[in-house]
Design a protein around this ligand. Sequence first.
Ligand code: ADP
Ligand code: ASP
Ligand code: MG
Length: 252
Amino acid sequence: MKFGGSSVADPAKIQHVARRLVEAKQRGLRVVGTVSAMGKTTDGLIDLAHQVSPTPNAREFDMLLSTGERIACALVAMAIHDLGQVAISLTGSQAGILTDGAHMKAKIREIRGDRVKDALDEDKIVLVAGFQGFSRDTMDVTTLGRGGTDATAVALAAALGAACEIYSDVPGVFTADPRIVPNARKLPTISYEEMLEMSASGAKVLMLRAVELARNHGVRIHARSTFSDEEGTWVQEGASMEQPIVSAVTHS
Ligand code: ADP
Ligand code: ASP
Ligand code: MG
């Protein structure tokens, strides 16, 4: 279960996300959550770096940016404890997310999920800090690029053989950005290929690389709302190779 920045933007929303994770656990599921940094935290950190240095050192930039997700993760874990469940927050490196060494755009090479699985076996809800990993080549913390928590979520789902739910401030993938086009329609399903086209051409609802990961590993994504229980959009293998229809309008 992945929650984006707007879903954990303030303490009340963090408590709400904690309740959603606990509800899933109480339905008998083994639950791994990954969260983005609170609200516009990452933008704030980038701005701060540029106030200190005109050309921030790439390694230090990733050290800085990775803190946003750690804060959100630890806070969600605290809120879960208050609901009477045991949770553990892990940084990307603690969760075994191994990447190449390319700072600010690192690619996930593999996930050594032992620590996550052990914690699940101990009946814990596991929170993994999104958007970050660790490079064995450089022994440094890396980040995955803007919107990268979507990639964390899909990669974790692939590694754990889990379903992938991506929760956001919109209830699914629409025929156009619903914030700009109020009568846009929610798509019940969309193929990987169509979603790739949409993400590549400006629909920021799912990160392009996350959709690529999902297609490559056959992970079905359920994109849905943090704030309601309504069915969202399933991103999955298309029914036919080529359907001559217009799916959506995007812009950049
Ligand atoms: P999160 O912070 O949860 O990762 P994002 O802000 O990255 O969420 O993505 C959700 C946003 O994507 C929505 O608020 C919406 O404005 C935008 N968006 C753009 N195109 C679409 C679309 N076709 N369907 C749904 N949302 C879209
Ligand atoms: N916090 C990071 C960003 O703002 C990653 C994410 O939100 O997925 O890009
Ligand atoms: Mg996003």
